[in-house]
Design a binder for this molecule. Structure first.
Ligand code: HEC
Length: 139
């Protein structure tokens, strides 16, 4: 009986942890490499905005989704792969500018997306320059 209670308690705790993890992250990554290749895919979606023609509503929705995915992935980075304070701050910088793209895409503000995209590029690059100097990473 005691053993059964312990089992039930364990199951409840495990379920609780699983649910919390799903709610707080949305996405999870096994490694920084995996996380960053996902960032790269979403980064390219945002970059695909040419600036020559006004995006359609559907395109704004796509930029919104990709920028939100960048924010979510940086949250995972900060919780799971944090190296030190500077690393955390650079990641927060990336999340901030991606968050501004989310807002701009919702407001259908093409110019602001372009401005924030440039800041985003610099922010991604900052971490690669500081922590992966030898690898010629893009951005
Ligand atoms: C806080 C640090 C940090 C930030 C911010 C960061 N990266 Fe990275 N990135 C890394 C590290 C560390 C690696 C090397 C991973 C490895 O190979 O283990 C990497 C690797 C990469 C790679 C190569 C992946 C591969 O398959 O080898 C790409 C592409 C990349 N990052 C894109 C991005 C983009 C786009 C952003 C911004 C949206 C970004 N990164 C933001 C730290 C960061």
């Amino acid at each position: 009986m005691r053993r059964l209670n312990a089992f039930i308690a364990g199951t409840i705790v495990a379920t609780g942890i699983a649910i919390t993890a799903t709610i707080s992250y949305g996405a999870d990554f096994a490694s920084v490499k995996e996380l960053c290749s996902n960032q790269w895919n979403n980064f390219q979606v945002i970059r695909s905005m040419s600036g020559l023609t006004a995006p359609t509503d559907e395109q704004f929705a796509t930029y919104n989704k990709s920028a939100q995915a960048v924010v979510d992935a940086e949250t995972v980075r900060q919780n799971k792969f944090n190296a030190d304070k500077n690393h955390h701050n650079i990641s927060a910088e990336v999340a901030f500018h991606a968050g501004e793209i989310v807002k701009a895409a919702q407001a259908k503000d093409q110019e602001e997306i372009q401005v924030q995209y440039r800041w985003l590029t610099i922010s991604c690059k900052n971490c690669h320059r500081m922590y992966r100097t030898d690898e010629k990473l893009s951005p």
